[in-house]
Ligand binder design. Structure first.
Ligand SMILES: C[S@@+](CC[C@H](N)C(=O)[O-])C[C@H]1O[C@@H](n2cnc3c(N)ncnc32)[C@H](O)[C@@H]1O
Length: 449
């Protein structure tokens, strides 16, 4: 029986879904942050649970040839880029394996899984910066990323995966906030004003949207802050204030006010222009989004006569991307502002064959299938995957093709294990949407049997 504080020498036999190394001691699984498959390491056991334990590296006895010096000062604590100590090409292999492992567990076999498509330059790729703002243990204001699995904020003045200008704007915002004596939110006393800063940038248009998440609606000096920030950065097209007074981990509250500009930014994916509002989902890596969507449309094999359902459609991006090759698009999305954006985006791109519905897919799909017959269904759910009822509805109406886009290989595999009763899984293509993190996006095509 493994015990806390015990020391062991172990061989790393695999890489876990969060990027940790995996070792076994008498068949018992140990997860070790920062360890790479093929290494031999001395560890100390830090936590023991009923079916697995955690260990910490004390010394690397045999180093992997893929180990690299990390180029980031906060990576060990932040947990964002948990694969930053590994050669980039190797991280792509790890992600391909991760997808295969999840599929094997759920399906008992591995369908065709292509090699994960990586980025030429996997740096500064994000178009969305999202930093909590709070106080450190001395009560001083701090802005940055959460330390892994905690709510301790690590000051972050530089980040190798964030857009560089967005980082500069964040630094300027924080400096102004402190100068103007606007109070950061204190999670334990639930006092103070500023909880989060979100900066989004249209990488092709260079338009910036700043969203300030506040604890209360009236924040003294917020107008002065907005004036100073917009004077400093011409690229800021709009600033919104989102009010979230709830004691919750959810970042955005229900109310959003526009403090400056039009309330949206625009960006291009391929030849299509998209309007994005503060609360709408928009993929965080636009270069890889084009790769992902192109693959999804290729998999759909559209000829111009198909009706497409775009489930979990966000601001309508996938459907609009495919619109010139289809007869009709029907999108469903739960966030009303995103559906407003989707409708505007259809107009902006002169897409006349679209319909967008606001509501939960599980609620609206049963009615939609009574009115429209889909030839191809795109599904792009959040990390938790699809509700079982959504899959059951699809199994009942059996569209010819389903193209499933997923940011979580575990729930993708679970949902495929249900769909594969009536569908053949033709191919899975992992795409590296989040380089150096342990996250992996995939697109998969299924054909009716
Ligand atoms: C991974 S995003 C994909 C968005 C879009 N397809 C894209 O590529 O930008 C998932 C979307 O599903 C929406 N969503 C989450 N749960 C939903 C539900 N039960 N019904 C409808 N939409 C939902 C989210 O608001 C989000 O916009």
């Amino acid at each position: 029986m493994i015990k806390k504080n015990e020391k062991h020498t172990v061989d790393i036999i695999d890489q876990g879904i969060e990027g940790q190394g995996i070792a076994k001691i008498d068949g018992f699984t140990i997860f070790i942050n920062g360890a790479i498959k093929g290494e031999k390491v001395n560890i100390v056991i830090t936590k023991v649970l009923s079916s697995y334990a955690y260990g910490k590296i004390l010394e690397i006895k045999e180093k992997s040839e893929f180990r690299r010096e990390s180029d980031c000062v906060t990576y060990k604590r932040c947990g964002g880029c948990s694969l930053r100590h590994i050669d980039y090409k190797k991280t792509l292999e790890i992600k391909t394996e991760m997808v295969k492992n999840c599929l094997k567990k759920a399906l008992n076999y591995i369908p065709i899984v292509n090699d994960c498509i990586g980025m030429e330059s996997p740096l500064y790729y994000r178009n969305k910066l999202q930093y909590p703002i709070g106080v450190d243990n001395l009560g001083n204001p701090v802005m940055g990323v959460y330390a892994n699995r905690t709510h301790e904020i690590i000051e972050t003045k530089e980040c190798l995966i964030q857009d560089e200008e967005s980082q500069q704007i964040a630094n300027c915002f924080f400096k102004l906030m402190v100068e103007l004596n606007i109070k950061p939110y204190n999670e334990s006393s639930r006092t103070g004003d500023i909880r989060h800063l979100i900066i989004r940038k249209g990488k092709k248009t260079n338009e910036v949207m700043v969203t300030i998440v506040t604890n209360t609606e009236n924040v003294k000096e917020i107008e002065t802050l907005v004036d100073k920030l917009t004077n400093e950065y011409e690229s800021i097209k709009t600033i919104a204030q989102n009010i979230n007074s709830k004691n919750t981990n959810v970042i955005l509250g229900d109310k959003t006010k526009i403090l400056y500009g039009s309330g949206y930014i625009e960006d291009y994916l391929g030849d299509y222009k998209f309007k994005i509002s503060p609360v709408s989902f928009y993929q965080v890596n636009p270069i890889q989004t084009e790769v992902l969507y192109s693959k999804a449309v290729e998999y759909a094999e559209l000829t111009g006569i198909e009706t497409i359902f775009d489930l979990y459609c966000g601001i309508g991006t996938i459907g609009i991307f495919a619109s010139d090759k289809a007869k009709k698009i029907c999108g469903i999305e739960v966030i009303p502002e995103a559906i407003e954006n989707a409708k505007e985006n259809a107009k902006l791109n002169n897409v006349k064959n679209s319909e967008f519905l606001v509501g939960e897919v599980e609620e609206l799909l049963p009615d939609l299938v009574k009115k429209e017959e889909a030839d191809v269904v795109f599904i792009d759910p959040p990390r938790k995957g699809c509700e079982k009822t959504v899959l059951e509805t699809l199994l009942e109406v059996k569209p010819k093709k389903i193209v499933y886009i997923s940011c979580n290989p575990a729930t993708l595999a679970r949902d495929l294990s249900i769909l594969c009763n009536k569908y053949e899984i033709k191919e899975v293509q992992p795409v590296d949407m989040f380089p150096y993190t342990s996250h992996c996006e995939s697109v998969c095509v299924l054909e009716r049997k």
